[in-house]
Design a protein around this ligand. Structure first.
Ligand code: 8DG
Ligand code: MG
Length: 128
């Protein structure tokens, strides 16, 4: 099974950073919480800090695990850890994404997220 860590990054106004994936591949053009696949020898936390440095050029401070779930995609099941986080340093840049955007939690419902994120999006939009 593939392990993926993803970050729910909040700013000081409570907005959340979301990112649109590139076309092609799994979840093409869908919105996601930034992150990626764990590499051998890494913890999920280490993976997430590395992915956000690589993909967005930011250094994260993690605020704990928000959700732990698995989702069966047609080409395999992915196990996810979603962490709450804040930016410790840097400004998010588009190194690998089509678009990035800070949105209020209730606005998350307006975006076409990866199928695995549906429950998370509903929870966040409800203020939980
Ligand atoms: N990062 C991220 N991936 C998600 C989310 N929801 C979801 O279904 N996924 C899926 C899409 C991908 O199949 C997988 C994550 O892989 P990824 O493409 O981000 O992996 P990566 O950054 O390590 O990139 P790569 O080296 O494999 O190209 O999980 C999410 O909220 N964030
Ligand atoms: Mg990624």
């Amino acid at each position: 099974m593939i392990d993926v860590a993803a970050a729910i990054i909040c700013d000081d106004k409570g907005k959340i950073l979301i990112c649109q994936r590139q076309g092609g591949g799994n979840c093409a053009d869908r919105w996601e919480f930034p992150g990626g696949k764990r590499e051998p020898g890494e913890s999920m936390e280490e993976c997430l800090i590395r992915e956000c440095r690589e993909e967005l050029g930011i250094c994260l401070e993690l605020d704990g695990l928000y959700a732990d779930l698995s989702y069966a995609y047609p080409d395999g099941t992915i196990h996810f850890n979603f962490f709450k986080a804040r930016i410790q340093s840097g400004t998010a840049a588009m190194n690998v994404h089509q678009k990035i955007c800070w949105v209020a939690p209730e606005r998350l419902l307006d975006f076409d997220f990866c199928p695995a994120d549906e429950g998370i999006v509903r929870h966040l939009a409800a203020g939980r």
